[in-house]
Ligand binder design. Sequence first.
Ligand SMILES: *Cc1c(COP(=O)(O)O)cnc(C)c1O
Length: 218
Amino acid sequence: MLPLPVGLETALPELRRRLPARARILAVSKGQPVEAIRRAVALGQRSFAESRLQEAIAKQEALADLGALDWHFIGRLQANKVRGVLRHFGTIHSLDSLELAERMARIAAEEGLAPAVLLQVKLRPDPAKGGLSAEELQQLWPRLVDLKPLRLVGLMTIAPLGLDAAARLELFRDCAALADGLGLPERSMGMSQDWPEAVTAGSTWLRLGGALFGLRSA
Ligand SMILES: *Cc1c(COP(=O)(O)O)cnc(C)c1O
């Protein structure tokens, strides 16, 4: 796969040309100024991801004139931020425990919300990242599907640093197979360094920061 051209105005259209229809681009705007988001919106991008609640709220307020954008939360979830995350994001990619899921279901019901949720899974050892193992997910599944206001739509995974392309492809295929087995249509797989393998394995959401926007400040 050829490297992408540098610069949002060339990288985003080029990526769209190369991707199959099922692989949608989630523009990871964390650490980017609101002007970068405006430029992406001008190119037709509507789905954005943030990993910190306060940063996202400030940006959403600054961008209110653009109308409703599709905001996804990809950061580590903290129990005391669940209500804020639910109010400011329609899709959450990083739910990784039954306790948080139960809390999220209760608060979503209180708020009258039905968020789309992807469960974060960790299918290879990675001390730096959270996520349910395949065994934990299978074991918790009957209780998770009972948490009514949550719409469980998919799985999210992050490849550990240091895997080669073949090992990443195998990891993403395992994640896709796990999602298939549970009847979940969405697979949030692939970042700037590994999106080609994720596309091959059937990703439906590519979480791309640096590949689109260049280096970020945070
Ligand atoms: C920051 C982040 C991304 C984007 O990373 P890039 O390497 O800049 O594409 C994707 N997913 C998660 C969970 C992130 O935290």
